[in-house]
Design a protein around this ligand. Structure first.
Ligand code: SF4
Length: 114
């Protein structure tokens, strides 16, 4: 999520970021705990021309949370999955399905289980 004013994000990544509307209006979506918001952020990331660079930068900065490069981060690690809080529903909810975006091989060592 580029809308935050993070000075160490490459200017080229910032310029091409699909999430950069110059107003930061998507920040609430990229830093939400709601699965629907996380899914919406990941869908935007999936179309982003700088997704891999963004993900590499987030790993290097050890982003504490949010969606970066199409993936959720927790304490500087890529979170593989996220479930709704509480007991799992017996009926699968469509809004709980997060888009699958593969983690590049060279970054898989930074994956963390839920
Ligand atoms: S990959 Fe996602 S978070 Fe990163 S710049 Fe693109 S849209 Fe923003």
């Amino acid at each position: 999520m580029i809308a935050e004013s993070l000075d160490d994000i490459s200017p080229s990544v910032r310029a091409e970021a699909a999430c950069n509307d110059l107003q930061g209006s998507l920040a609430g979506v990229y830093f939400s705990e709601e699965l629907q918001d996380i899914a919406a952020a990941k869908i935007i990331c999936a179309t982003c021309p700088v997704m891999i660079e963004c993900l590499e930068g987030a790993v290097a900065r050890r982003e504490p949370w949010g969606v970066w490069g199409g993936h959720m981060f927790v304490n500087g690690r890529i979170l593989a999955t996220k479930r709704r809080k509480g007991r799992p529903s017996k009926v699968l909810r469509a809004e709980d399905q997060l888009p699958e975006i593969p983690v590049p091989v060279h970054l898989r060592q930074f994956l963390r289980s839920a």
